[in-house]
Design a protein around this ligand. Structure first.
Ligand SMILES: Cc1ncc(COP(=O)(O)O)c(C=O)c1O
Length: 434
């Protein structure tokens, strides 16, 4: 095998198959249809608020997407909004999370999981992840509950659904709402028609460009609960009510509606999702089999009861065993030089982000709006969440889902790149010691 690309050798991956987003004529035809229709927003199809089930042959693309998305996830209500962040803020508001409340969540996630809680003037309370699944560890939730806890906001990281049975049992016992941050879990379904986003009280999805169904940006709120559905509908629609007048606003809401151009693109994207999930699963299994002989690389533990996985992030654990003491970050550098788009994922936990360090200083006395005089010492969570810290610093390897849309030969090439870096580990170790 030739020298590492990091040291001037030739790359293993010369033909990148990574291409995302993908589209075909369905998006182009749909966009032209919307453009020519002159109906570019949801309410071009009706003068004002109206029931979801209004019978009309001429139905908005957004509304059709909402129905199709809800059906695909076995959830009763779905409302499309402008982003996943925005969807989180709406469901937290619909669940009555507000000043002085605490919301239990994890720090091993995108910042929006936390910032949405803070935007409600509520405080995130971090619970560690299970190091094998990378999702919240249900065994650690109860000890974090206080009289101020209002909700548990779980993250289905990389599309892998959390242990919802355990989480829901705790929530019911303590009368807490469960919100699913399913931003990365579009298309993840458990056996028995249990879809991500429809398992807790409310769920959210993201259609930002890196996600498996995308319109560049966009999001959705989902719930099985009719009362929450009505609130979500209202909050994303300027606080209107379904029975009120157009300029009548019984609630404090915002315009978070999705436009028709995004709706039509998302319908086309959604239609390809089941096939793409099958391809990703097949390639994932094949890739894991091909790297099984390389020590120190462990697949994350997946649920045995998945009917469909979206595999929106390919996550591996670098245990370091058999790698001559090399750190993950050097392995990542060598992999990237070989053409593998591997990253460290979340390099720090949410609570380690600079915004947390400056919060008290920036808000000063105004921390009272959060129902506290002082914010907690956020760095206490670094001690309370050792698995999160380790995943960030030493163990996590993330690769984009589009890698898994290649051919089986592509999976072999990917595995070859890992094998090559492993075989040259002693050279890497020398460099690591420099
Ligand atoms: C776990 C998680 N939550 C929330 C979001 C926010 O979604 P958006 O980027 O659409 O606002 C993301 C997006 O990456 C995410 O990964």
């Amino acid at each position: 095998m030739n020298n590492l690309a990091l040291f001037g050798g030739s790359k293993v991956i010369t033909r990148p198959w990574l291409r995302w987003p993908r589209h075909d004529d369905a998006e182009a035809t749909g966009l032209t249809r919307v453009l020519n229709s002159g109906k570019w927003w949801l309410y071009a199809y009706g003068g004002g608020p109206r029931p979801d089930d209004a019978a009309s042959a001429d139905v908005s693309e957004v509304e059709q997407f909402e129905r199709e998305f809800a059906a695909a996830h076995f959830v009763k209500h779905c409302y499309a909004v402008t982003s996943g962040t925005n969807a989180l803020e709406i469901v937290l508001q619909a669940c009555d999370v507000g000043p002085g409340d605490e919301v239990i969540t994890t720090g091993y996630t995108f910042i929006a999981t936390s910032s949405a809680i803070l935007s409600r003037c509520a405080l995130p309370v971090y619970v560690d992840i299970d190091p094998d699944t990378y999702n919240i560890d249900p065994a650690r939730i109860e000890e974090a509950i206080t009289p101020r806890t209002r909700a548990i906001e779980v993250v289905h990281l990389g599309g892998e659904i959390c242990d919802m049975d355990a989480i829901l049992a705790i929530a019911r016992k303590h009368n807490l709402k469960v919100i699913e941050d399913a931003a990365q879990a579009t298309g993840s379904i458990l056996r028995g028609n249990k879809g991500a986003g429809g398992l807790g009280d409310a769920g959210i999805f993201s259609f930002q460009a890196s996600k498996v169904v995308t319109a560049g940006e966009g999001g959705a709120c989902a719930t099985q609960d009719d009362v929450l559905a009505e609130r979500i509908w209202s909050y994303r629609n300027c606080g209107r009510s379904k029975t009120g007048l157009w300029y009548e606003h019984p609630r404090l809401g915002h315009n978070n509606r999705m436009g028709e151009f995004q709706g039509v693109v998302l319908r086309a994207q959604l239609s390809r999702l089941p096939e793409q999930c099958r391809t990703r699963q097949r390639n994932y299994d094949s890739f894991l089999a091909k790297i099984a002989g390389i020590p120190g690389l462990a697949p994350r533990k997946l649920r045995p009861d998945a009917a469909q996985r979206c595999l929106s992030v390919l996550i591996l654990t670098f245990t370091g065993a058999g790698w001559d003491g090399i750190h993950r970050d050097l392995v990542l550098e060598a992999l990237r030089a070989e053409g593998v788009p591997a990253t460290l994922g979340y390099g720090w936990a949410n609570y380690q982000n600079p915004v947390f360090a400056t919060m008290q200083q920036t808000l000063g006395d105004r921390a009272f709006a959060f129902g506290v005089e002082r914010f907690p010492d956020w760095l206490q969570y670094a001690e309370r969440c050792p698995a999160t810290e380790k995943a960030c610093r030493d163990r996590g390897i993330f690769m984009p889902h589009a890698l898994l849309l290649g051919s089986d030969a592509d999976m072999q090439t990917l595995a070859d790149a890992f094998a090559k870096v492993y075989e040259h580990r002693s050279e890497l170790a020398l460099r690591g010691r420099k």
